[in-house]
Design a protein around this ligand. Structure first.
Ligand code: SF4
Length: 124
């Protein structure tokens, strides 16, 4: 059953240090993270979480991220680490994997285009 926003969310059994805002070494953007004031359990899945509960929890986490002033920095951090679990910067782990794959494909295409351009310039 889907949880409505006004219903209490399921609290995840995750270590507190996994909360995005509590990752001390990640950068100065953490001091402005909105999620510091929310439960860490909103951002990370408990074990054996039913699909409907996961979707509701992730959407609730994304709503927190949407009003966060450091969403871009957080998302970039999670992509660069990369962070394998949880909602970071408004993206789930699966969405970050897709974003990373797109980014890598784009980088490969840019390298190929640059290489082809160099060959054309060298051929004169
Ligand atoms: S974007 Fe989301 S996960 Fe990242 S710091 Fe802000 S509220 Fe936390």
């Amino acid at each position: 059953m889907l949880q409505l926003p006004h219903q209490p969310l399921q609290v995840a059994a995750v270590p507190p240090q996994r909360s995005p805002a509590r990752e001390d070494q990640a950068g100065p953007w953490h001091s402005e993270a909105v999620c510091r004031r929310d439960e860490a359990g909103l951002f990370f899945a408990p074990s054996k979480e039913p699909t409907a509960a996961r979707l509701a929890r992730e959407e609730a986490a994304k709503r927190v991220c949407a009003r966060c002033p450091v969403m871009v920095e957080c998302r970039e951090h999670a992509l660069l680490q990369p962070e394998p679990y949880g909602v970071w910067g408004g993206l789930t782990a699966a969405e970050r994997r897709v974003a990373l794959a797109r980014r890598r494909r784009r980088e490969v295409e840019l390298r190929k285009a640059a290489s082809a351009g160099e060959r054309i310039a060298a051929a004169g």
